[in-house]
Design a protein around this ligand. Structure first.
Ligand code: AMP
Length: 583
């Protein structure tokens, strides 16, 4: 027996993966590529990656001069704009942590987050001056609030504030990005926390750079130096899906829309700047569609858009593709995974299949990108088959998935090394993920699960419906039954009965919604998701007509739906329950 030998180490440079290298690369090799911003001041600002890096260095110098140490957190409360880009690199470049805070949250939630993160400074757009005045007394450990403007635009405020441009003006920008440990923290984002307090996901330089590579891949967002990319997804929500990192990696022209995210403002900016690619949540794309329909306009340069954050209704996907010639890439991810997990793109073989089959695949959330692995598990924690039928709890792992939450070091959320996402999903033999629900939104009818997302997608396919939410409503016989809460398109007419009839034949009988309620608008979370918790509270006492009838006929005993209509119908088909409802 010979003694075990030491492994033969490779002889490649050990260059750390650092966020600063992304902007340094763009400045050096795509120096003249543009970053265009619609400013809070009202005008269009235009500069290059070269200038962006120079000013990011000035910001780093300014923060160091203010006493910020590597590892300390500097927060932002800002729209998508060039100064926010500078914060992404100026803060992280010298080792501090860029903590993007969602200004759409309630002030108490923001104060809680800022205090929990122990932010040293907060950079804010002047739109949020009143918010900062409300926050400042609640955040005594913040050393200073920095208004992202020049002296001329300094807002009148109770809180003493520093002026961003004044701080930068006294710095010369002669600064070398330091070599940091690639595992050190770069960015911090909190989950929106619909229940309980928000939780912090603390990304590393390494995870951010790897994620930026992954976002760039051809079967991902497929970014290139030939693209002009307008991220509608805010830079305060999961780092705008990594776009501020991926765009400089590729030298992609960036178009940053500021605070005006209505259909007309977005459309005009896309047309003026030759935007080829965009990304955002379904509600934004709904607004854009409504505007384009009413104005009778089409895109001249936009060729693709990533839609995620909530399920993209198939009807929306079809309209963008068929009526506007824009490829929709349905994507899924979450704050805890930086966020990209899966994207729906066909491989060569799938692209040869009949159109209907191709579309059915593209409506799903898609295949994982290299780096992420996923599985679905049942009640007993065992992996479920990838048959497109069994649905269970979705678990993921990979180098840009969290290992634990920030400042909750004692407890790990991981189960056997996998992160439980809280989503319920199927995976089909093609490896395509289909999210059926958040586990807490699933409708539990007679011991079986009904997917609220599938029913919402059908409701919004009705020509008179603009938006719909499907929630569980109490039922004496089945425990819960689906209730559709819908918003009609302006001027459109449809009755409760007509909408209910629209579901016939599209799902198995026992999935058919029991009732429809029309409302003027649906509540959304600060990140644009349907606020189902609020809806469930609002309709807690709603009495389903079927519940009344059932109470009269059979006051007690819940029945097992498995004996009832299980084999009928097509569409959403024969789903089996495979994991327990979690809180
Ligand atoms: P957030 O951390 O705010 O990005 O929210 C992540 C959650 O949003 C996921 O766990 C899903 O529940 C939901 N989500 C994101 N993308 C999609 C999608 N394409 N379809 C359905 N749900 C989605």
């Amino acid at each position: 027996m010979t003694a075990p030998t030491a492994p033969l180490l490779g002889q490649m440079m050990d260059v750390p993966l650092l966020v600063s290298s992304l902007i340094a690369h763009a400045a050096r090799h795509h120096g003249s590529a543009q970053i265009v911003s619609r400013r809070i001041e009202g005008d269009i600002h235009r500069y290059t990656y070269r200038e962006c890096e120079a000013r990011s260095k000035q910001l780093a110098q300014a923060l160091i001069a203010l006493g910020v140490e590597p590892g300390e957190r500097v927060a932002t409360l800002a729209w998508n704009g060039y100064r926010h880009m500078e914060a992404y690199f100026g803060v992280t470049g010298f080792g501090a942590v860029c903590h993007t805070v969602n200004p759409r949250l309630f002030p108490e939630q923001i104060a809680w987050i800022v205090n929990h993160a122990d932010d040293r400074y907060v950079l804010f757009d002047t739109t949020f001056a009143a918010l900062v005045d409300a926050l400042a007394p609640q955040c005594p450990r913040v050393r200073g609030w920095i208004a992202l403007c020049d002296e001329a635009h300094r807002p009148a405020m109770r809180t003493p504030v520093l002026c961003y441009e004044t701080l930068l003006a006294v710095q010369d920008g002669v600064f070398d990005w330091p070599l940091l440990d690639e595992r050190s923290a770069s960015n911090l984002c909190y989950t929106s926390g619909t229940t309980g307090n928000p939780k912090g996901a603390l990304y590393t330089h390494r995870s951010s750079v790897l994620h930026a590579y992954a976002a760039s891949l051809p079967d991902s967002i497929a970014l290139s130096a030939r693209d002009a990319l307008l991220p509608v997804v805010p830079m305060f929500h999961v780092n705008a899906w990594g776009i501020p990192h991926a765009a400089p990696l590729n030298g992609t022209k960036l178009v940053l829309p500021g605070k005006d995210l209505d259909g007309q403002s977005l459309y005009e900016l896309m047309e003026a700047e030759g935007v080829t690619c965009s990304a955002g949540v379904p509600t934004v794309w709904l607004g854009l569609l409504t505007y384009m329909r009413e104005a009778g306009v089409k895109f001249s340069t936009l060729n693709r858009t990533v839609i995620g954050g909530s399920a993209c209704p198939p009807a929306m996907l079809r309209t963008y593709e068929d009526d506007y010639g824009v490829q929709v890439i349905h994507a899924w991810g979450m704050t805890e995974m930086s966020p990209l997990g899966t994207l729906a793109k066909l491989n060569w073989e799938q692209a040869q299949r009949p159109l209907a089959e191709q579309r059915a695949l593209l409506e799903k959330q898609g295949r994982v990108i290299f780096g992420v692995d996923m599985k679905i598990v049942g009640d007993d924690g065992r992996e479920l088959p990838w048959d497109g039928v069994a649905f269970g709890d979705l678990h993921v792992r990979g180098p840009w998935v969290i290992d634990r939450y920030y400042r909750q070091e004692a407890g790990t959320p991981l189960i056997d090394g996998w992160f439980p996402t809280g989503d319920v999903a199927t995976i089909d033999p093609d490896g395509f993920l289909h999210i059926t629900d958040r586990s807490k939104d699933v409708i539990k009818s007679g011991g079986e699960w009904i997917s609220s997302i599938d029913l919402e997608n059908i409701a919004v396919a009705h020509p008179a419906i603009a938006e719909a939410a499907c929630i569980a409503c109490a039922h004496p016989r089945w425990t819960e039954r689906p209730l559709i809460v819908a918003v009609k398109k302006p001027g459109a007419q449809v009755s409760r009965e007509e909408l209910l009839a629209f579901f016939d034949g599209k799902v198995v009988k026992w999935w058919l919604p029991d009732d429809v309620v029309f409302v003027d608008e649906l509540p959304h979370t600060a990140t644009g998701k349907l606020q189902k918790l609020k809806l469930r509270e609002r309709f807690r006492d709603h009495v389903l007509p079927t519940a009344l009838a059932a109470a009269e006929q059979c006051p007690m005993e819940p029945l097992d739906l498995r004996t009832n209509d299980r084999d009928e119908g097509a569409g959403a088909a024969d789903h089996v329950k495979s994991a327990a409802l979690r809180d």
